[in-house]
Design a protein around this ligand. Sequence first.
Ligand code: KG4
Ligand code: ZN
Length: 343
Amino acid sequence: MGTNKNESVTILAIESSCDDTSAAIVKDGIVLSNVIASQKVHEQFGGVVPELASRSHQENIVPVIDVAIKNAGISKEDISAVGFTRGPGLLGSLLVGTSFAKGYALSKNIPLIEVNHLQAHVLASFIQEPNENVAMPKFPFLCLLVSGGHTQIIIVRDYLEMEIIGETIDDAAGEAFDKCAKVLGLPYPGGPVVDREAAKGNQLAFSFAKPKIPNLGFSFSGLKTSFLYLLRDKLVVNPNFIEENTSDLCASLQKTIVDILIDKLVKASKETGITEIVIGGGVSANSGLRNAILATGDKRGWNTYLPKLKYTTDNAAMIGITAYFKYLKGEFSSQEISPLARY
Ligand code: KG4
Ligand code: ZN
């Protein structure tokens, strides 16, 4: 198990924390391939069904890895380490990726590298493809991490040195999108659908309660209730209220969520004096949030870094890039390792 820094490092990365089975090949910090099999079975249930998710991971994992290796144009013998998502996520789903990674590393006698899924979302802005020269954030930077399960502001002092300075006390931003979309009768996951609808609507049509949480904390459960009450009251007068106002409702909801996020990010930047600003996680795909970060950045003199859309939601490329940084530091895992639902 050599870790000579001069030799080429090729990482097979596996992500299986929720409902996407993904594999990537990362060579010397460059993403050669990134394959994602999204599970459609959950749509009919309006949310992820854990038992079905782990079963789909079992069916998908081998073909997804095969395609990732093929697309990268490498052979299995070139792989120098296996990186995998240890958590947080659904235990049954994590088990599939973890077991495969352990078995693969053992059979090839190569290092095994556990990756924290959230840390990987933060590092997605360091993903680079061949013949690309991506502008990368400089340390220390602030990351607004917004996913389906988490909403945090993090100070990132080095690739693997992170400190959470603010987080949600209840729902995550992604949950706020998904839950409100559900009451509008939109399909799961609601975030991307709200984003598309919002583009056609008036963001000032409705206003919703904004939380009064001190410091750098977030809260989204009050917004959800306020959204629900508005619908309840309006539907009494007009049973077609939702159908007639879907895009305005989506635009106003999105604006409220984005405002809440940006307010705290500005506060965090002022308090820390850090103006290198990064976003990550599924909600960082949101066009309203991306535009607001760029506009706020222009106004405040921030350097802003937005990951490519395909690297915002769950993907193995971000796991591979994180595993690469851990490889360089010699941070390997033992065969005794097991997944963690909460990290
Ligand atoms: O990071 P991610 O793929 O999975 C977790 O680690 O949770 O994030 C999924 C979340 C979901 O809540 C989904 O609705 C949201 O990201 N999302 C979006 C958009 N694309 C994905 N939310 C708002 N606008 C989008 N365009
Ligand atoms: Zn995620």
